[in-house]
Design a protein around this ligand. Sequence first.
Ligand code: AHG
Ligand code: MN
Ligand code: MN
Length: 330
Amino acid sequence: MVNDPTRIITLQSHILAEQAQFPESTGTLSWILSALSISAKIIADKVRRARLENVLGPAGAENVQGEAQQKLDVLANEVLLASLGRREGVAMVASEENEEPVILRDEADGARRYAVLFDPLDGSSNLDVCGAVGTIFSILPHEAGVPARASLLQRGAAQVAAGYVLYGSSTVFVLTLGRGVDLFVLDPSVGAFILVERGLRIPAGNRSYSVNEGNRLSFPEGYRRYLDWAQREGYSSRYTGAMVADVHRILLKGGVFLYPPTAKAHHGKLRLMYEANPIAFLIEQAGGRALAGPTERLLEIAPTGIHQRTPVIVGAADQVDAVVAHLDES
Ligand code: AHG
Ligand code: MN
Ligand code: MN
């Protein structure tokens, strides 16, 4: 498909074609996605040039999570805030890097708008070593008149779109609008994301797990039992330190990603609203399973805070089931 220039589908034309299927659509969501696509190109460029422009390393501040901000965390956050801020359809944004959500427009003019939640740079500690990093986003509907807090704190199942950008050996944009998962790759010579795979399905049968095994001694018993079992079964381990990169591998090849509760992080480390929920939406749309525990579906968690954390078990259905089988015994 991508080799035939007459049949190239860009992210932009894909979104417009999707929108055309809903005659009542106003194009608002398409404009928001276009802001995300432009932001992704700008951030990709900054990531590529980071060493040359001396924007690697800590920014000298901590974010609301008490984690050291990298200069590029701050830059990527500014890019997203600026480009989303100019879109009429964005009522409010919430970011990993901002303690409070930013309410942009909340006029009671009856217009349907959206809340956009994001992790501007995921895995940012990988930057110094030229490792893969990403951007994750989640889009929730906001009805005029509904309090901002209520619109932001909806269950993941209410998402109308979610996706991530992976700044790896190429820049990829993975998107769901709730009708499957599509994969685009940035063609730097054209400056556009090009559709390379439609309707991604996570393959079954990949015997690999992705977890920070350095925390193993403080995992709950069931997770340790699973790891013992997986190792006896000859499973492989793959872990990059950037959830986006690990999840991308799983979407394409199968396997499971875990971030269990630990002694340091009793509820896990990952953030529900802008890490776990969007990834869970993508994973489910690609035929996988996304849980917070043996029986708790991530997308059904009723959130209580923008920055709340959750344990995460996401991946191919067969591999998530193998984890759950061990948790059930505890
Ligand atoms: P962020 O850089 O946005 O803070 O996210 C890092 C996250 C996630 O991407 C990754 O899977 C995990 O933290 C790694 O944590 P550990 O270093 O504890 O394994
Ligand atoms: Mn992150
Ligand atoms: Mn981040």
